[in-house]
Write a protein that binds this ligand. Structure first.
Ligand code: CO
Ligand code: ZN
Length: 342
């Protein structure tokens, strides 16, 4: 899982995926005949099928390289940065976090996210009732204002800092959404043998702000079948009701039935289910009431594509503690590899 650690710790807010893209391109090169990067920054590896040209399908895989992050929107007289979110944050996950600021687009600065206002010791009961909003946070770089203005500017990218680690039967870190999907895509491709159809493996950009990279790359590729690889919610934690668990950690790869961006092709769901059963790969069925994946983008280009999402169950999605079970990651790799090897 060394590769997953590198992917997780890489810097890659939406629209600034270059560091992740470099890693993905380097991994895809030995696995694909051709690797290219398109205008938006999607990395596309093509592994040609062995079948006769006429009968070959175009199968597109998409795993997004971007993570949720911020963009510096204002620098005040004291040198504190205000930030604008790029992606969906729960403000409670921002308390007391360290961040990396890519100052003037090149040098890395460590900063602290804090909420504007008084420390707990000085708060009145009125202060405590105030709503916590993402917009209430600022970044302290520990530098005087003049130095901050030399090193940072409006438009600089900010992501949070968190080292990747193993924990029990799990792995945990930032940006498992969706570096774990990227990892599954690469590892499955490594395991593929004798594919009849053409496989287009795409590390997509800007998923977290609206499935943008998936749309343009799918338009170019024009897939017959498109498979998104992404995380889904595992709400198997205290005080969650059984009917709103979505998935559970350690119960296998999740075959998505639907979410708010797409309804999976029913025949593909049946096909993946049958393969999982035949190869004894643990799986679960998933319905996500809110949220989407690149499948929603890929489904809607040109005349449409048959789509499905293979999801990796993750606890604490969109926090620095995104956590996945190792067996679920393996199940996702195994199922994708057997599907592609047909
Ligand atoms: Co996400
Ligand atoms: Zn995602």
């Amino acid at each position: 899982m060394k590769l997953l650690k590198r992917l997780s710790e890489a810097f890659g807010g939406s629209g600034h995926e270059e560091e992740v893209a470099e890693l993905v391109a380097a991994e895809l090169k030995p696995l694909c005949g051709k690797v290219s990067t398109d205008t938006l920054g999607n990395v596309i590896g093509v592994k040609r099928g062995k079948g006769r040209q006429a009968g070959r399908k175009r199968i597109m895989l998409a795993a997004h390289m971007d993570e949720i992050g911020f963009i510096v929107s204002h620098i005040d007289d004291k040198g504190f940065l205000r930030v604008h979110p790029a992606g969906g944050f729960d403000p409670r996950t921002l308390m007391a976090q360290r961040v990396t600021v890519l100052g003037k687009g090149t040098h890395r600065l460590t900063g602290l996210l804090n909420v504007a206002g008084k420390p707990i010791h000085l708060q009145t009961s009125e202060d405590r009732k105030k709503d916590l909003r993402v917009g209430s946070f600022f970044v302290d770089l520990g530098l005087p204002a003049e130095t901050v203005k030399k090193k940072a500017e409006i438009g600089d990218r900010v992501i949070w800092q968190r080292g990747f680690t193993r924990m029990g039967d799990c792995v945990t870190g930032k940006a498992l959404d969706d570096r774990i999907g990227v990892y599954v895509m690469i590892e499955a491709l490594r395991a593929v043998e004798g594919n009849r159809h053409d496989i287009y493996a795409v590390g997509t950009v800007q998923e977290e702000v609206g499935l943008r990279g998936a749309l343009t790359s799918a338009y170019e590729i024009a897939p017959d079948i498109a498979i998104a690889l992404d995380v889904t919610l595992a709400v198997d934690t205290p005080d969650a009701e059984a009917q709103s668990r979505v998935t559970e950690l350690g119960k296998g790869v999740a075959l998505k039935i639907m979410d708010s961006s797409s309804i999976s092709d029913a025949k593909l769901v049946r096909e993946f289910r049958a393969l999982a059963e035949e190869h004894e790969i643990p799986y679960q069925l998933e319905i996500l009431p809110r949220g989407g994946t690149d499948a929603g983008g890929m489904q809607r280009v040109r005349g449409g594509a048959r789509v499905i999402t293979l999801s990796i169950p993750v606890r604490y999605v969109h926090s620095v503690n995104e956590t996945a079970h190792k067996d679920d990651v393996q199940a996702a790799i195994d199922l994708l590899a057997v599907y592609l090897s047909q």
